[in-house]
Write a protein that binds this ligand. Structure first.
Ligand code: ATP
Length: 235
């Protein structure tokens, strides 16, 4: 579905990605794990066109997308949930969800999708008129993921959904991501520092260090890999 081939991404003179290649197959959850500053967010932002690569290519269903720009890439069904969630704090839960559907014209289907979100997350339904900024961290993460789903993405890019959340809430959020992938056939690219939880729900994983991929394997193999255990799982 997605193929990233030798991308190099820069912030001015600083090279954040050295030559990153990875692939994501339809229906998979693929996780990218690594320490702070390894280049995980930059990889995600390069895919969605916010920080386009200077060299290399990104193919989506065989078509190059690395020169299209973020506005066009989102219309292809590639949608991101940014680190820190970035929900609209003054807008209600319902308005936040509607913003996710801003590219769609099918009003009846949007309403049905909003109702489905409220069925999936009753807490968001209860708080539908409440300002987004007043929700708890976990609820905001649910809202950010749901808002992205309102765009009906085929490839969902998630940047550190566990950031700043309590362990129990993190478990719930990862279970939500697993279900979204399994039940609505949404392919997921999951950038995470919480390697343990991410590898538990992913099919495959990549390990990133200093702007380069250093390991790639099935998620269960990475979970039992001695190097990964020592460096990222704290075992
Ligand atoms: P984290 O888990 O902390 O978010 P990360 O693995 O996602 O880290 P990136 O945020 O992609 O890492 O950062 C990769 C490198 O690029 C780091 O050295 C970082 O300092 C640098 N970087 C990121 N954003 C910018 C920016 N806007 N301007 C300059 N350098 C940046």
């Amino acid at each position: 579905m997605l193929e990233v081939r030798g991308i190099q991404t820069f912030y001015g003179n600083i090279q954040a990605l050295k030559s990153v290649s990875l692939s994501i197959r339809e229906g998979e959850i693929v996780t990218l794990i690594g320490a702070n500053g390894a280049g995980k967010s930059t990889t995600l932002m390069s895919i969605c066109g916010v920080t386009p690569p200077r060299h290399g290519e990104i193919l989506f269903r065989g078509q190059p997308i690395h020169r299209l720009g973020a506005e066009k890439i989102v219309t292809l069904g590639i949608c991101q949930v940014p680190e820190g969630r970035h929900i609209f704090p003054q807008m209600s839960v319902l308005e936040n969800l509607e913003m996710g559907a801003y590219l769609r014209q099918d009003k009846a289907a949007i309403k049905a999708d909003v109702d489905e979100v409220f069925e999936r997350f009753p807490i968001l339904g209860k708080r539908r008129q409440q300002a987004g900024g007043t929700l708890s961290g976990g609820e905001q993460q649910m809202l950010a993921i749901s808002r992205a789903l309102l765009a009906r993405p085929t490839l969902l890019l998630l940047d550190e959904p566990s950031l700043g959340l309590a362990p129990l809430i993190i478990k719930q959020i990862f279970e939500i991501i697993r279900k979204i992938n399994a039940e609505s056939n949404t392919t997921v690219f999951l950038v995470e520092q919480n390697a343990n939880q991410a590898l538990k729900i992913a099919h495959r994983g990549y390990v990133m260090e200093n702007g380069a991929i250093t390991l790639e394997d099935r998620a269960d193999n990475l979970l039992s890999n001695e190097e990964v255990k020592k460096a990222y799982l704290g075992i």
